[in-house]
Design a protein around this ligand. Structure first.
Ligand SMILES: Cc1cc2nc3c(=O)[nH]c(=O)nc-3n(C[C@H](O)[C@H](O)[C@H](O)COP(=O)(O)OP(=O)(O)OC[C@H]3O[C@@H](n4cnc5c(N)ncnc54)[C@H](O)[C@@H]3O)c2cc1C
Length: 393
């Protein structure tokens, strides 16, 4: 039987697209051989991401840690005398988070809850890997490890290494990816996330508490001149120095994250005849925070709505360009300044001293602070130089 929509990948983007389409009466097949599975991820799900799926995924559908605070630490030694000067006086600071700002979950559990919702809504889960996709004027044909399938359209929700993207557009270049790597620390948990902002490479080290383990990691742009092994070694050292987990069994992980430059958002390959891309496959991740789950869910819902209204992909493409690409391009523009030691020193000192700055950062973590108004909130809370350096570097 031919499907209306074939979706490749049952992560948040694919599962949520399947749910939204099946609920509207579409015949949907969702291809993914990996479940049940963990996916390399912090597992931080912001309040705005939870709100998108709240009607379909009950609060008790997956175990989660409700995060109460973000603790910013400064344990790393500055590399140069200039950096040491910039970071001088930076102390640890704790930012309280409101209920519902951020939860952390295992991706095995979170993604399974979304897939269950899609199947309950009527989508068919096909446990097969898609090995090829061919699109012509009449249909989209999928070769899979479970046989050949056809559909009116194919949705590529198959992540950063997307096969669908490779068939309908071009794969991400190395400079468009981050390497994210670290460890799961079993048998430990917490009610706070721990973050160390780093200038070299620009990014941060994190510890995110799931209910029965911590996801600890670091990310760096793939062309930053530091590889996964060196990054993971740095995380190992940090675990000891920051004291986030004294003794635990550490299981390593690594995975790429799309992290685009501002100009890349002008030419996102989002959709074409009989195909669309969503989530990581489309490159929709915040290049500063690396939050991707919210954008995966948002893009999935938007493409389902466009299809259901029968007006082609135009509403989808326009919505993503207006609501998402513009915002992520802003993030990409301020990214270089954000991780510069001069800014990090100011920010860490301000986090310690100013409740207003703690409130801005709490909103950034919860996904409530957009980059369009970040500058003006900082201007109102701190010396103008802080905002200026962050946003115009
Ligand atoms: C280390 C790390 C930490 C992160 N931390 C966070 C965080 O804390 N919060 C946050 O919001 N984001 C985080 N992200 C980003 C987030 O993980 C992604 O943005 C998000 O998972 C994207 O969802 P997706 O559905 O687009 O893709 P994915 O979650 O990658 O799902 C893709 C699915 O496609 C399947 N697939 C792939 N190829 C095929 C094929 N050929 N056939 C069939 N199936 C296929 C895979 O098995 C997978 O299930 C992190 C990423 C990394 C790497």
């Amino acid at each position: 039987m031919r499907d209306d929509v074939a979706i490749v990948g049952a992560g948040p983007a694919g599962a949520w697209a399947a749910f939204c389409l099946a609920q509207r009466g579409a015949r949907v097949s969702l291809f993914d051989p990996s479940h049940p599975r963990e996916k390399a991820c912090g597992g931080g799900v912001t309040g705005r991401a939870l709100a998108l799926v709240g009607d379909a995924v009950a609060a008790d559908a997956f175990p989660r840690t409700v995060v109460r605070a973000a603790r910013f630490v400064a344990t790393e030694r500055p590399r140069t005398a200039a950096d040491a000067g910039a970071l001088h006086g930076a102390a640890d600071a704790t930012v309280p988070l409101e209920d519902g700002a951020l939860v952390v979950a295992s991706r095995a559990a979170f993604d399974a809850a979304l897939v269950d919702a899609a199947v309950r809504a009527g989508a068919r889960l096909v446990s097969a890997r898609v090995t090829d996709v061919a699109i012509d004027a009449r249909s989209a044909a999928l070769e899979t490890t479970g046989g050949r399938f056809t559909a009116d359209v194919v949705v590529g929700a198959d992540g950063a290494n997307s096969l669908v993207r490779r068939r309908v557009a071009t794969p991400f270049r190395r400079d468009q990816l981050s390497i994210a790597t670290g460890f799961y620390a079993r048998g430990a948990t917490s009610r706070e996330i721990v973050i160390e902002l780093t200038g070299d490479p620009p990014g941060y080290i994190w510890s995110f508490p799931r209910p029965d383990h911590l996801a600890i990691g670091i990310c760096a742009q793939a062309d930053a001149g530091i590889g996964a092994a060196a990054l993971r070694a740095r995380t190992r050292t940090w675990i000891d120095r920051a004291g986030v987990v004294p003794r635990a069994a550490l299981a390593p992980y690594s995975w790429p994250i799309p992290s685009l430059a501002a100009r890349d958002y002008e030419t996102l390959p989002l959709a074409g005849p009989r195909w669309a891309l969503a989530g990581d496959a489309a490159g929709l991740v915040d290049p500063i925070t690396r939050e991707g789950i919210f954008f995966a869910l948002l893009s999935a819902g938007a493409l389902a709505e466009a299809l259901a209204h029968g007006r082609g992909w135009t509403p989808y493409v326009e919505r993503i360009r207006e609501e998402v690409a513009t915002e992520l391009a802003r993030a990409a523009r301020v990214k270089a300044g954000f991780f510069r030691p001069a800014f990090l020193g100011l920010l860490l000192r301000a986090l310690d001293e100013s409740a207003a700055v703690r409130s801005v950062v709490a909103d950034l973590i919860a996904g409530r602070q957009d980059y369009a108004t970040l500058k003006w909130r900082l201007v109102k809370t701190l010396e103008v130089g802080l905002a200026w350096r962050a946003l115009t570097a």
